[in-house]
Design a protein around this ligand. Structure first.
Ligand code: ADP
Length: 167
């Protein structure tokens, strides 16, 4: 049996925190699918096709290092439905603090009620990346701050361009 994991998120933008969860989470599964959530009607900071390209450029080395197949998909329905559709045994999520814990555990339990076959697996954030949040990266970047230590280099380029284009 191939154990597929599903890591859904906005990835807007992709941060070193996401990379931490992808790298450590990949080791738990035979295959990991990254799900980029598309919310119709909400304008993202980074367009969805760029987020998909960015994740695709990041996963190559992680896949090579872990030996785990990793691929990227978009989804516009419930994460639990997307996970079921791709045949995932578990949804992977990261926990940074008690706010994440309260929200993620509640969501995990509601998902379990809707689809008991899909588990939720939580990884606690690594100390080096625990403080990173996409929302704060966006705010800092928009105000001209240095976000280079929070982002993979590929993501930094895209964020820098997005700030230029949107100002
Ligand atoms: P969403 O809108 O689904 O919360 P995000 O891209 O903000 O999308 O987050 C996706 C997942 O990654 C969530 O489980 C979140 O807790 C986790 N995550 C985000 N940043 C970090 C980080 N710095 N360390 C660990 N996990 C993180």
């Amino acid at each position: 049996m191939t154990r597929v994991g599903f890591y859904p998120g906005s990835f807007d933008p992709v941060t070193n925190g996401h990379v931490d969860i992808i790298t450590r989470g990949a080791c738990l599964f035979d295959e990991l699918v990254l799900g980029v959530g598309v919310h119709h009607g909400k304008t993202p900071f980074i367009p969805v096709d760029q987020r998909v390209d960015l994740l695709n450029s990041i996963i190559g080395p992680i896949s090579a290092a872990t030996g785990v197949k990793i691929r990227v998909e978009t989804f516009d329905d419930l994460a639990v439905d997307a996970a079921t559709r791709i045949g995932a045994v578990a949804i992977l999520r990261g926990l940074r603090d008690t706010r994440d814990f309260d929200y993620e555990v509640q969501m995990g339990q509601m998902n379990a009620q809707m689809q008991p076959k899909v588990e939720t697996v939580f990884l606690s954030a690594s100390p080096q990346t625990r403080m990173i949040a996409s929302s704060l990266v966006k705010q800092i970047a928009r105000m001209g701050g240095d976000v280079s230590s929070f982002l993979p280099p590929e993501s930094l380029k895209i964020v820098t361009n997005a700030v230029k284009n949107q100002s």
